[in-house]
Design a binder for this molecule. Structure first.
Ligand code: GLC
Ligand code: CA
Length: 535
């Protein structure tokens, strides 16, 4: 079924350009490498690609440190390569989302270089957050960077600048008119070049309050903001409600202005999705009010255990909260900032969960490699490049494991990703997980994804709300089975370690354990699996 607008219930494939495919043997993926393999992406049955940043950048934070947002970094190619990519994608009916990074620039951006030279009180410094030191010489406040260490760095004349991330990523001052107009120019630049929308990086961070004040517990706050730190949920929630640099009311005015730009492209159906990690969860819905953005990421599933109570709660909540603003949820199991889902919850479990969320209303995001069942890379500390690893002096391992390049073909690393030396080593053990093997093996995760996305398009997208069903089992076992019906499909997820046996009426369309399910025997839902039944 063709849905309008296209993004309502889309499947969006996230490409991390540096790790997708290397066309020139320098060991790093690039735009021509993506263009050359878009046909593969099309075979997955996705609607769009989202490209992580490929702009001019010293690459201190994987390109999320942008030195020129309207040009392509030479490591990835040039503007003509970007145009070719967009053109080829459109020929293949794939939309293209670019990643826009409005919270900060790189310290190599010409504005920051000018600010350093211009000195205190200058209009150049006003584009960032430059402040004098306290009388005792300490930074203006005690905030901690999300990558560890202080969030202030001192420049030669004694002033400090704010950076919520790496010291090479000075935060922009969104009260400054130049900042606003420059980003509007960047949005139009890429839209005029043909992109279909944007993923907005740190969308909740642009506006800051109380810069002159210390936070009562900056260390607790920075831990609460990290997905990999466990914390009592009441303590975490209380801390998250006190964060002075995220989710301030002012961000919404910015997105209202951006929405007018998007809508001015009319029939193009431009869309934007916000990376907004906010608390309490109801706040996320503000980003998708009718006059703001189109989608907002739901991060719950990036950390969710494979547990029926937890999954039932986050799924129900996300659907209900989005409904209050007439929006549909988004579902992502992996991205470039979190451990890959197969490593985090296991192979069977990650496939079961993927089939479960593909059947839900809303848009599904797939991080390149997830469709192969790829686990995290096994890295030595000497391989790691993430600024969070470097700034925390190794205490935080960082996100490189999820960013290891994709295995394309052959029996040994680098598996056709490059003819040179890959920027991060690929696991020796990935020979069965290559795109080449996945394409020929009917029981591969790759073919499971292809089947699931094609059945989703045929039976599920656009078919309205879900209805949770009572488990057909009784007693303790019932809590280990989640069941819902949507349109003509019933979806069963067995979270237990045992096969569950009962009478299913209907035809088995798909099972996440693939080959091991006897499609004639429709009375068994294998342990740790999801099954789609056509009623
Ligand atoms: C976002 C990106 C992440 C980056 C950070 C700073 O969270 O997803 O990769 O490090 O912003 O730009
Ligand atoms: Ca390259």
């Amino acid at each position: 079924m063709k849905l309008t607008p296209w993004w309502k219930e889309a499947v969006i494939y996230q490409i991390y350009p540096r790790s997708f495919n290397d066309s020139n043997g320098d060991g790093e993926g690039d735009l021509p490498g993506i263009t050359a393999h878009l046909e593969y992406v099309q075979t997955l049955g996705v609607d769009a690609i989202w490209l992580s940043p490929f702009y001019t950048s010293p690459n201190k934070d994987g390109g999320y440190d942008v030195a020129d947002p309207r040009d392509v970094d030479p490591r990835f190619g040039d503007l003509d390569d970007a145009k070719n990519l967009i053109k080829r994608a459109h020929e293949l009916n794939l939309r293209v989302l670019a990643d826009i990074v409005p919270n900060h620039f790189s310290d190599q951006h010409k504005w920051f270089q000018a600010a350093l030279k211009a000195g205190r009180g200058s209009p150049e410094r006003d584009r960032f957050h430059f402040y004098d030191a306290n009388p005792d010489g300490t930074p203006p406040n005690n905030w901690i960077s999300l990558f560890g260490g202080p969030s202030w760095t001192q420049v030669e004349d004694g002033q400090f600048y704010l950076h919520l991330f790496d010291s090479s990523q000075p935060d922009l001052n969104w009260d400054n008119a130049d900042v606003n107009s420059d980003f509007e120019e960047t949005l139009r630049f890429w839209l005029d070049l043909g992109v279909d929308g944007f993923r907005i990086d740190v969308a909740h961070g642009l506006v800051k309050e109380d810069i002159g004040k210390n936070h009562p517990d900056p260390t607790g706050l920075s831990n609460a903001l990290r997905l990999d730190v466990e914390m009592d949920s009441d303590v975490r929630n209380a801390l998250l409600e006190s964060v002075p640099y995220f989710d301030r009311q002012g961000v919404h005015e910015i997105y209202r202005r951006w929405r007018k730009i998007f809508d001015s492209y009319g029939d193009r159906e431009v869309m934007a999705v916000a990376e907004a990690w906010v608390h309490p969860p109801i706040n996320a819905t503000r980003y998708v009010r009718a006059d703001e953005l189109h989608q907002v990421f739901n991060f719950d599933l990036l950390t969710a255990p494979f547990n029926s109570v937890f999954l039932f709660d986050v799924i129900t909540r996300s659907i209900e909260l989005n409904a209050t603003v007439n929006a549909l949820p988004t579902w992502a199991l992996s991205n470039h900032d979190s451990p890959r889902v197969a490593s985090r919850i296991g192979d069977l479990e990650s496939q079961a969960l993927a089939l479960f969320v593909f059947a839900l209303p809303g848009s599904a995001y797939i991080f390149a490699g997830q469709e192969l069942g790829l686990p995290d890379g096994e890295l030595q500390n000497s391989d790691r490049q993430d600024p969070s690893f470097i700034r925390s002096k190794g205490a935080i391992k960082g996100r490189d494991g999820a960013r290891v390049p994709l295995p394309w073909s052959g029996e040994s690393p680098p598996f056709g990703f490059t003819t040179g030396k890959p920027w991060l080593p690929l696991n020796q053990s990935w020979s069965a997980l290559t795109i080449e093997k996945g394409s020929t093996n009917p029981d591969s995760v790759l073919n499971l994804y292809r089947k699931a996305l094609s059945l989703r398009a045929q039976f599920l997208a656009g078919s309205g709300e879900i209805q949770w069903l009572e488990s057909p089992l009784h007693g303790t076992k019932s809590s280990e089975l989640l069941v819902f019906k949507r349109g003509a499909i019933s979806v069963f997820m067995n979270l237990s370690h045992n096969d569950l046996v009962f009478d299913l009426s209907g035809q088995v369309l798909l099972s996440s354990t693939n080959g091991s399910l006897n499609l004639n025997d429709n009375s068994v839902i294998p342990a740790r699996s999801t099954v789609w039944i056509l009623n």
